[in-house]
Design a protein around this ligand. Structure first.
Ligand SMILES: Nc1nc2c(c(=O)[nH]1)N[C@H]1C(S)=C(S)[C@@H](COP(=O)(O)O)O[C@H]1N2
Ligand SMILES: [Mo]
Length: 255
């Protein structure tokens, strides 16, 4: 079950007057109010702990032997957009990542240009709030490398990732996410173009997806089309900094 159908199902049930207690099973937990509250508390605690100890601490990295046999897809597995489908058919030859907003040198990067920058490879664990985890090997360019080329302004506070997948049937309300400058410049924060030694599959976010280790699955934006540096996200979509955040999820989804 996806978060989206799960959420719809929850609201439908809530409207029908069925109590959260009657919701049994692991993947229903994320739709239960008390679980969401518990998660929120844990998230704010870990956020503050990171702030006090070190936001620069590294997420655990694993060995090849620890890798999951396959890395599943969750949420969108093929964006429902003609523009995106054309990009897939043409091997992303005409795709370019626009990086703009509060930067001195807005730029567009082709996939080949991103792949020519220094790369980092890391084997990390992905944790989804729906109750599954997977260990995968990611290769990509550090977001820091890209940002240093566009020169963020001093007032830039957040990096926003605009994705190709519309979340409504009518093609509106695209998935998006955001992180702060500290996580953006973290050593393990990547724009990944390979998964498990292969070109990033469409189901996992081709041509590039975010890896922001130490945060939950929904922060790992797939199908990134545009990156925008901002000082606030109050004027973007629902104003909470992400698609799921706009529905009530925590913005800082620390693990
Ligand atoms: N653009 C986009 N990014 C997304 C999602 C999505 O639906 N669309 N789902 C999120 C969620 S909830 C998870 S758990 C991961 C799933 O990544 P995977 O498909 O590689 O397993 O992507 C995240 N990033
Ligand atoms: Mo997720």
């Amino acid at each position: 079950m996806t978060h989206e159908t799960g959420r719809r199902r929850f609201f439908t049930r809530a409207l029908a007057g069925i109590s959260a207690l009657s919701l049994a099973g692991c993947d229903k937990l994320s739709q239960s109010e008390s679980f969401t509250k518990l998660l929120s508390t844990g998230e704010s605690l870990s956020k503050n702990a990171h702030r006090l100890v070190s936001r620069k601490s590294m997420a655990q990295e694993f060995s090849e032997a620890d890798m999951s046999p396959s890395f599943r897809s969750n949420g969108t597995s093929m964006p429902n957009s003609v523009d995106y489908q054309v990009l897939v058919e043409t091997g992303f030859a005409d795709w370019a990542l626009e990086v703009s907003g509060l930067v001195a040198q807005p730029q567009k990067f082709t996939l080949a240009q991103l792949q020519a920058l220094p790369s980092r490879t890391q084997i990390t664990r992905h944790d989804c709030v729906e109750g599954w985890s997977a260990i995968g090997k990611w290769k990509g360019v550090r977001l820091h490398e890209v940002l240093s080329r566009v020169q963020p302004s001093e007032n830039a506070r957040y990096v926003v990732f605009h994705c190709a997948d519309p979340m409504e049937e009518d093609g509106t309300n695209h998935y998006y996410e955001s992180i702060d400058m500290e996580d953006a410049n973290h050593t393990q924060t990547l724009l990944a173009y390979e998964l498990n030694g292969e070109t990033l599959p469409v189901k996992n976010g081709a041509p590039i997806r975010l890896r922001v280790e130490r945060q939950l699955g929904y922060k790992q934006a797939k199908y990134i089309m545009r990156i925008e540096l901002v000082d606030s996200f109050e004027h973007i979509a629902g104003g909470k900094g992400g698609y799921w955040e706009d529905t009530g999820y925590e913005w800082y989804a620390g693990i």
